[in-house]
Design a protein around this ligand. Structure first.
Ligand code: NCD
Length: 307
């Protein structure tokens, strides 16, 4: 039963529950008009304490397409947060007004705290460098729609694997599917944190490899997941400037890739993927964004218990 649950960490739902969400997302994709009034009268509150365009719009569009309405902020300085209100109090109040909350916060764990004080489901829309479970739902749905499976894949994750929360969540989620091999491509300074390596990859006996160059591994990949160097999480600008252009996927590097490899990116892209790749049939990042909206429709409908 998904009704009434919160989604804070990608492991909060069982594989079966994920399947339930994906199955509904599939139906919505096939016939979106049938769901245009599924959430009539419901209200989503988007509490965004950190900048976002895509994720917030994706949640909002998802709720509007279900027939619901949206309240919220994307500029915490214009709210009582700037007067010193705690997350616990904010969420207690929002619980009185809305039916479901999507929260993004720069501090790891903030949405978890919110869910402990909330009367309504809380969805973590990204907490600091920690987790981003709805991006993971998006990524899993995209991979399964295009590759037809979530197991027996070689998946390369490239870029800022240290601060990239989408990568942390995706690794967690993929660790539950069989026989996947994960190739982590990053400079030394931006490697996946130990709590993911030891706590997820080693613990679940997932085959993985850490490399520095895309060129050395691209031919073996079924999925290449590119990420942006997370500027906002760096402590000093020099490090960011030194590392920001570590990877740029261009036609030359892509020439060695399999014909049916897919390129994903949670977006926004800075310059990790050269623009002339966009027209390559392997570039799936814009499709991925669209799947993200559908999967959020399915997720919210299930958590609110309207479908
Ligand atoms: C990601 C995020 O916010 O972590 N973006 C998103 O939600 N689509 C990735 C990023 O900002 O690099």
């Amino acid at each position: 039963m998904l009704k009434g649950k919160s989604l804070i960490d990608p492991m909060d739902f069982s594989k079966e529950e994920l399947e339930e969400i994906f199955a509904l997302a599939d139906k919505i994709i096939e016939n979106p008009r049938e769901y245009a009034h599924a959430a009539d009268g419901k209200i989503l509150a988007t509490l965004f304490y950190e900048p976002s365009t895509r994720t917030r719009f994706s949640f909002e569009a998802a709720m509007l397409r279900l027939g619901g309405k949206v309240i919220g902020f994307s500029e915490p300085n214009s709210t009582s947060v700037s007067k010193g209100e705690t997350i616990a109090d904010t969420i207690r109040i929002v619980s009185c007004y809305a039916d479901i909350v999507a929260m993004r916060h720069p501090k790891e764990g903030a949405p978890k705290i919110a869910s402990m004080y909330s009367e309504i489901p809380v969805i973590n829309a990204g907490d600091g460098g920690h987790q981003h479970p709805t991006q993971t739902l998006t990524d899993l749905l995209t991979i399964s729609k295009i590759k037809g499976k979530l197991s027996n894949l070689t998946i390369g994750m490239c870029g800022d694997l240290k601060f990239g929360r989408t990568v942390h969540s995706l690794i967690k989620a993929l660790s539950r599917y069989e026989n996947n091999k994960i190739i982590l491509i990053s400079p030394d300074e931006l490697k996946v944190p130990d709590y993911i390596k030891k706590g997820i990859l080693d613990k679940n006996n997932i085959e993985y490899e850490e490399v520095k160059r895309i060129e050395d591994v691209i031919e073996s990949l079924d999925v290449l997941y590119m990420t942006r160097v997370q500027k906002e999480r760096f402590f000093n600008e020099e490090d960011y400037i030194r590392l920001k252009d570590s990877y740029i996927l261009d036609k030359n590097k892509l020439s060695k890739a399999k014909d049916d490899m897919i390129i994903l990116h949670p977006l926004p892209r800075v310059n990790e993927i050269s623009y002339d790749i966009d027209s390559d049939k392997r570039a799936c990042y814009f499709k991925q964004a669209k799947f993200g909206m559908y999967v959020r429709m399915a997720l919210m409908a299930k958590l609110m218990g309207v479908l």
